[in-house]
Design a protein around this ligand. Structure first.
Ligand SMILES: [Cu+2]
Length: 133
């Protein structure tokens, strides 16, 4: 009796997952010649020095779909060109946060932030000592 109940309980679940699978197959609509859709976005970060710049740019460029990432240390803003078919802004912000830096309203991941060199932490400034990196 117990096994029967279990079987009855699992049936709707199986039926549901079976129904979901074919539904995910995307039907390509009228996609014409230009399949690559790049968009530019500017994300405010908490970068303070050249090393932060490299870390953030590398973290973003490691993502599949990022064409270009360039950080301006004066404004602390990173300009990202990305493929909208592969990524969205939230994913880009997450990548910056995972590297240990704030990204707009997304705070830096605490663990990654702790692993940053002291001079790269918020409230500090590498200033003229930037060479110590
Ligand atoms: Cu730094």
């Amino acid at each position: 009796m117990r096994t029967l109940l279990f079987a009855l309980a699992i049936v709707p679940f199986l039926a549901m997952s079976a129904a979901i699978v074919p539904a995910t197959a995307p039907t390509p609509t009228t996609t014409t010649t230009s399949s690559l859709r790049t968009k530019k976005v500017i994300i405010k970060t908490s970068a303070v020095c050249g090393m932060c710049k490299t870390t953030i740019e590398k973290a973003l460029q490691a993502l599949d779909g990022v064409a270009k990432a360039e950080l301006d240390l004066v404004t602390q803003k990173v300009t990202v060109r990305y493929d909208t078919n592969k990524l969205d802004v939230a994913t880009l912000r997450q990548a910056v946060a995972a590297a240990g830096y704030d990204a707009d309203e997304v705070p830096a991941r605490p663990k990654a932030y702790e692993n940053l060199p002291n001079c790269c932490k918020k409230g500090t400034s590498c200033g003229p000592d930037e060479a110590k990196h």
